[in-house]
Design a protein around this ligand. Structure first.
Ligand code: NAD
Length: 252
């Protein structure tokens, strides 16, 4: 039977590219998204995939989805918790509703999908890859909800690694830097784009393929002794501090 992975938020962006890389590497992919039409379009004509519409923040829907995936595939080897929403705003103007909307998908969704997957991952010494963000590694303006949700995902990953290691289940995290997806472009102004270029040693945004490569590596048996880690796929953003833009302009 073919190795099976669940990828949430698979209708577009990083999740869709991750799906394609898994299929290229011989996996079959359960593509999960709450956007039914976009998911159907994304899955159409693709070999080795099956689409399952599900809102990862809804506990009942997640359980139904998990049963449907197991009924289809008969096994689960990996879970990629990629579904995410971004909402940037100042602390004082972030209503509780906006805060909850971000937490519901970015944090509750990771908790719920992982919990539903554990019994099946136990059978295969499987692995979990959670998608955080550089905004979870370093605080930044306007990211009170988004950044906090992603910092929590990084800790949740360590928690999963600590508790699930005895079943042979690995849990790791990828913290992407900026990628020009629909999510990012909805909140990145030209000013933000320029600031990122200045602050990233590689001086550019990443691509979906570059993030997906980190995700598929951590999910695969090639990473069999790696657990509890957060891999920043961020062009070096997390390594730098004050001074990079100033030093760059000195060199110009
Ligand atoms: N693009 C970036 O710059 C960037 C940077 C760091 C981290 N990330 C993270 O990468 C992940 C993927 O982001 P992306 O840029 O590809 O975004 P995207 O908006 O292009 O895709 C996200 C997908 O998730 C789905 N989704 C959202 N909420 C959902 C829910 N509750 N249930 C099911 N599906 C849901 C959306 O319908 C969409 O198809 C997110 O977790 C995001 O926070 C992105």
């Amino acid at each position: 039977m073919t190795r099976t992975v669940i990828v949430t938020g698979a209708a577009r962006g990083i999740g869709l590219t991750t799906t394609a890389q898994f299929v290229d590497q011989g996996w079959q992919v359960a593509m999960i998204d709450r956007d039914e039409d976009a998911l159907a379009d994304a899955a159409e004509g693709r070999d080795g995939v099956r689409a399952f519409t599900c809102d990862v923040s809804d506990p009942d829907a997640v359980n139904v989805m998990m049963q449907a995936v197991i009924a289809w595939a008969g096994r689960l080897d990996a879970l990629v918790n990629n579904a995410g929403v971004a909402d940037f705003g100042p602390i004082e103007q972030t209503s509780f509703e906006r805060w909850r909307t971000v937490m519901a998908t970015n944090l509750d969704g990771v908790f719920l999908c992982s919990q539903a997957a554990i019994p099946h991952l136990k059978d295969r010494a499987g692995s979990i890859v959670n998608i955080a963000s550089i905004s979870g590694l370093r605080a930044s303006t306007l990211r009170v909800a988004y950044g906090t949700s992603k910092a929590a995902v990084i800790h949740l990953t360590q928690q999963q690694a600590a508790e699930l290691g005895e079943y042979g289940i690995r849990a790791n995290c990828v913290a992407p830097g900026p990628v020009r997806t629909k999510l990012a472009m909805a909140v990145h102004t030209q000013e933000i784009i320029d600031a990122y270029h200045d602050s990233i040693p590689l001086n550019r945004y990443g691509s979906e393929d570059e993030i997906a490569a980190a995700i598929t590596f951590l999910a695969s048996p090639a990473a069999s002794y790696i657990t509890g880690q957060c891999l920043a796929a961020d062009g070096g953003f997390d390594t730098t501090g004050v001074g990079l833009p100033a030093l760059r302009s000195d060199n110009k």
